[in-house]
Structure formats: C-alpha cells, structure tokens
Design a protein around this ligand. Sequence first.
Ligand code: PLP
Length: 401
Amino acid sequence: MNYKYPLCKDNLNKSDIQHICDWLSQEETPQLSMGKEVRKAEEMLAKWVGRKYAVIVNSGSSANLLAAWALRCSKMLKNGKVFLPAVAWATSVSPFMQLQGFEPPVMLDADKDTFAMDLNELEKRCKADENPGLVVVVQPLGVLIDKERLLRLKEKYNFVLMEDACAAVGSSYKDGTKAGALGEISCWSTFYGHQLTSVACEGGVVFCDNPDLYNLLIMSREHGFIKNLPEQERQAIIKEHRIEKLYEKFSFIVPGFNVRPTEMLGVSLQRKLLELDDITEKRNNNHLLYQKYLAELKKPYNGFKFQETNGHLTASISFAICSYERDRIVQALEENGIETRIYSAGNIGQSVFWKESNKPFFGGVAQNIHQYGLFLPNFISLTEEDIIFICDVVKKAIKEG
Ligand SMILES: Cc1ncc(COP(=O)(O)O)c(C=O)c1O
C-alpha cells in the first residue's frame, strides 16, 4: 500500500545517489571494499560523537555483535553476568546468547516515560548484590535514558556499560553528550530507515575510547588479522609472535568475523553526516509537536502514553504511543493513509528465540509496550499541519471508543 504518511521517507535524495554514481564512475575504478573513505568517515564520526575511536561495520546488528565480542575478549568484565532491557531490538540481546563467556542474560523492565531500561530496577538488583559485570542499555527510538543516574549506578556498582544507540543517532543530552558517547562502548545503526543513512543502505558504527578495545574491534571486524591495526600495535604483535614478513598480512590473532563495510558506505556517510544536525533538529521539533498535540490524552490516565523527551534533543525515528485502544487507532490510521506498526520489537522477552532458552519476560511496562505500543510517522518533511492531522485521527479513534 502507498501511504500518504509512511513511517520512513526522505532519508536519501536523488543527489545522494548521483554523488555515489559520480564517485563510482571516476576515471580509475576506486577501491570498493573498506579503505581510505571508510577511515575518513570514521574520523568524522568519532569527532562528531566525541569519542576517540569509531569503527564502521556493515550493520547496527554487526556493531552490537562486535562490541559484545570485543568486551568479552577484553579484560574489562569482572564476570559474565549481563543485564539488558526487555524493550530492545532482537540483536541487542542475541549476541549475549550466542557468545561463549556470558551467563544467560538477565532481562530488566522498561521505564514508563522513556521506555529505556528501568533504572529503579537496575538499582534494586545492584543493591541486592546481583553484581552485573556488564549492563547494556538501549536508547529506544532516539529517546534518551537518564544519563546522570545511570552513570552514578555504574560508578557505585562498578559495571561496564554498553550503549546500544542504534536507534538514537543524532540525539544528544542537554549537556551536549551525544548518543553514542556513553560507557565503555556504544553502537549506531545507519540502516536506511534510521536517522543517518547512506546509499549503501545497511551500516553500523562502534564507538569507544579505550585503545585495547579499539584494537580488538579492528582485528575482529576483519577475520581476526592485524592488517589494519595502528602501525605501532601491528609491529608489537609481529614482534611478540615472531611473524615472518610474508605472513604479516595473513596472521590471525583473534577469532574474528567479517563485518567489514564497503567504501561506498564510507563515502556516503561522510556526506550525510554533514546533514545530521539539521535532521536531528527537525525530528526533535516533530517529536515536541506530537507531545503537544497528544498531551490532552494523558489526563485522566486511560492507558494512553507516549515517549517523553525530558528536554534532551531527540532524533526519534518514529513517535511512539501506547493505548488500550490500539486496534481502533490502527484501523483509523490505515483508513487515513498513515502507516503504523508495533513498537520496535516489543518486549523481547516474549520473542520465540528468547523463550526457547529462557522464561518469558513479563515486566509490567515492557509488556504494556508490547501489547499497546504503536509508531506514528516522523520524517523530516512532515509539517505541523500533518502532525495535527495525524493526532486528530488518533484522538478521534480513542474518543469514539
Ligand atoms: C536498538 C537497536 N539496536 C540494533 C538494531 C539493529 O540495527 P540494524 O538494522 O542496522 O542491524 C536496531 C534496528 O532497528 C535497533 O533498533
């Protein structure tokens, strides 16, 4: 069906595509797999986020997998116990079920306002001496978790923090800290439907500040070999393992993957990154307009809620609502040419893959989001009139109930 208001629109334009066509048709065909363009984009990305290192990979899911793997290989984790949120994406959770060295992960409920991890529950469990080695937080859909409180808990209970900011590219805290700059390691997705994308369509980034973690990421991204390590580190490994010249390029040091990006992704990200501030501002404005026009539905409480920005700059991918009248709202949206879907992946603790080896998760807020959550469109050419129209459709559907 062709929607008047699709969930995803305007993420790439004709000139983005022409830019890649021009790059591809240079006199001499450029290197197509990872090379100097990816490295240049990595420098730009690290600077933009405020991290020392950025490592581009072929998807946000690969970024999560690589980040989990690098943490697992590092000496940073005091144990293999992982706390993660039920409201997440499938591949925020699956690496911790796939990789050896992690205990079966512990799922935590969601916060009722942001839909991010419930920090009351995190604190309660830490206080009860559950002692996680790693806490994974998701920045759901671009709405940010309470950073100050999270970092206080990190400090007090001494856990490593991984931030899955795959769906929060562009968002930033009031103090300027960007999504992608929290904890030891963070991930972005540059998938087509997200805030920052590329003509390559699929893509992801891992950010960190620690050089040892960075070296693990660099090797693990590409088969486990040393070819693209910083020169000093490469030479140190060559010396340590007495690697002969002819074997230098093909010495495999860690068990790696191949989640390398293409140069096309590097070229296209360099260009689109220049637009990210404008994209974020527009998405944030749309989010605030939705909050304004739907606020009346929250009082008196009738099971209606939406994701609150708490004053942070919020590059939401879509605007998320929860309502007991979900079925009627879905029908009204469809009838008016407005695309919708369930909230992200819902409660991952209800997914088949989770339930095959774990008890189903029934956190109150996560389950509510699973059963009643919906997306409303947020794209950059959406106008205030469009948002008023969409909100009126929602209000009418609820009031008719
Ligand atoms: C929180 C989160 N993490 C990870 C991913 C996976 O990203 P990708 O689709 O680029 O693999 C997504 C995708 O939407 C996501 O929302």
